[in-house]
Design a protein around this ligand. Structure first.
Ligand SMILES: [Zn+2]
Length: 239
């Protein structure tokens, strides 16, 4: 059977807005049959969503996390949570021992810590997120052109941080049974078709993100000015 899946969603456990329960309810409404809540460096959001899905019905929640490795962000999806390891080689070993899949997130979105050219270490990765609805079109295009011929699954996820962003970009996955093992195996075998999409919600999120970046650089500027003033006053006091 073929089902719709969004495998990169954030809840309020990390920097997303919605609760895991809200994510499950909204995903069902949007026709998704498979999701993975992938909060930063923790499986907690996905475990809470898994719990909610037991009560709410026909949706498969795959335990997941977006791990900030030493090279950049990597999505980890597993039957059960594993240790969150920063070293990509150690993370690969841990993933192999637990039959997880590793998917570099937004690999060429270097502003958002994509792993960039490290995608070339093909044995480490089970697929690539070539489309991310919160990345700019150029970063997505570079990912697609660079990765389309490597013989791995190409995924398209929302990376939603708001409820309305969920499922705007999604995948069709072909599974025999609706269970996590089958879903992970389908990703390994490339039985996945990307359905990319942008939405006004992902663009608004992006805008908010760049405003945050601007205010961050403003803070840096004012800190630098403060530091210079302090330095000058120290200089004067020593004279
Ligand atoms: Zn993310």
């Amino acid at each position: 059977m073929k089902v719709h899946a969004d495998l990169h969603i954030h809840s309020y456990v990390s920097d997303g807005e919605p609760s895991p329960v809200e994510i499950v309810k909204y995903s069902l409404k949007k026709g998704l049959s498979m999701i993975s809540v992938t909060d930063h460096d923790t499986f907690l959001g996905s475990l809470l969503a898994l719990n909610a899905a037991k009560d709410l019905g026909k949706i498969l929640v795959i335990p997941g996390a977006e791990v900030r490795t030493l090279w950049g962000d990597v999505l980890v999806q597993c039957r059960d949570p594993i240790k969150v390891l920063r070293d990509p080689i150690e993370l690969r070993e841990e993933a192999r021992r637990n039959s997880c899949v590793l998917i570099p997130a937004h690999p060429f979105d270097l502003l958002r810590l994509g792993i960039g050219s490290r995608v070339k270490y093909k044995t480490l990765w089970d697929g690539y997120e070539v489309f991310n609805s919160t990345s700019d079109p150029l970063a997505n295009l570079i990912s697609f052109i660079y990765l389309k011929d490597l013989g791995k699954s190409l995924l398209s996820n929302s990376d939603a941080h708001t409820l309305e962003g969920i499922g705007v970009s999604r995948n069709i996955i072909e599974v025999d049974e609706m269970n996590t093992d089958d879903a992970l195996e389908a990703i390994r075998k490339g039985l996945i078709e990307a359905l990319p999409g942008y939405s006004i919600y992902s663009l608004l999120y992006k805008l908010r993100w760049s405003l945050r970046l601007r205010s961050f650089s403003k803070t840096l500027k004012s800190r630098r000015e403060l530091f210079q003033t302090l330095q000058e006053s120290l200089l004067h006091s020593s004279i």
